[in-house]
Design a binder for this molecule. Sequence first.
Ligand code: NAD
Length: 380
Amino acid sequence: MRIGAPKETSRGEARVALTPESAKQIQKLGHECLIETGAGLAAGFNDDAYRDAGVTVVDSADTLWQDAEVVIKVREPSDTEAARLRQGQTLIAFFWPAQNEALLEKCKAQGASVIAMDMVPRISRAQKMDALSSMANIAGYRAVIEAGNNFGRFFTGQVTAAGKVPPAKVLVIGAGVAGLAAIGTATSLGAVVRAFDVRPEVSEQIESMGAEFLFLDFEDSQDGSESGGYASPSSPEFREKQLECFREQAPDVDIVITTALIPGRPAPKLWLEDMVAAMKPGSVIVDLAAEKGGNCDLTQPDERIVSDNGVIVIGYTDFPSRMATQSSLLYATNIRHMLTDLTPEKDGVINHNMDDDVIRGATVTHQGEVTFPPPPPKVK
Ligand code: NAD
């Protein structure tokens, strides 16, 4: 089949769903690869690199959408792109079906099958396709780099002839995929790192990375966990304990990275105005939950603001796109693995097997039907 990647049309999006390397692997499955001219440039891949990898470079988005039988993308389609979809065509992209109902209906009406990369079930077998994790890993890393770029001191402590420098103190709130990446990056830069999560089972992972887990003095320490490894909203008593702990930390820490999310809900507000006011001038907060409303009271999505007392609050929502080469390499690999599972015979024929838990879970429209939400997966 012809697998094609158009240039992303969302403003500022620098990633691309096909890299020269992933194209070589996709061709081994018996497929042909197409790319719109210039689609990889912002991620560091020029047309010649694709040509060298055996990819056909086409000169317009129109040609790409017409010629490709499977369109692979990073962002959900714009209205114009959705209107280009046709009967029997397959689209593979991030889609966020719960938030994009009208778009889902439109894709259904166009007769296309849509595989949403954000709906890939988080079971062991599907880890290779888990684009949410690969992007969260990059966001966690980049959050620390961004903090370092805005912080006026070293991360690591030093004793030099010119004086003694204390290490920076970093607090990471939420230790899922992004939080753990942030912890790893901050410790490797030499900072003193503390972390908190409502799921106490992550304490071992945090400590194994050289950070300190902030335990709460609370009877039911399991308060925030829910089945499936995700968090649930905290009880008022637990939340009070948590805020008390953060209030103690606020005057002491230099950098706060917040990553706390609860599936299907706005981000919990955890770093309140009075905590920002208690921080030292020049301290930095990077709020990775900005897109979901933010964990910090002061966060403004996509903005860098400075509080009255000189604390920098960063609410960028495009950290993976700010590292477009790395993100594209990992995302294109996730897509390539999805195509591998869709091409079991490696004969260039797509088998959209709705009995496969992973393919079924990620498919949100198929054969003229909306197939979201999916039934729970059978396999763990
Ligand atoms: P997420 O982005 O939904 O949330 C980020 C973190 O915020 C979570 O660790 C959550 O516990 C934490 N959090 C929520 N409310 C909080 C609060 N009030 N205070 C502090 N922390 C709070 O999570 P994620 O990164 O997508 O990962 C969630 C889980 O899924 C983890 O257990 C992870 O290991 C697991 N996971 C499994 C797979 C797999 O394939 N098996 C893949 C990826 C992630």
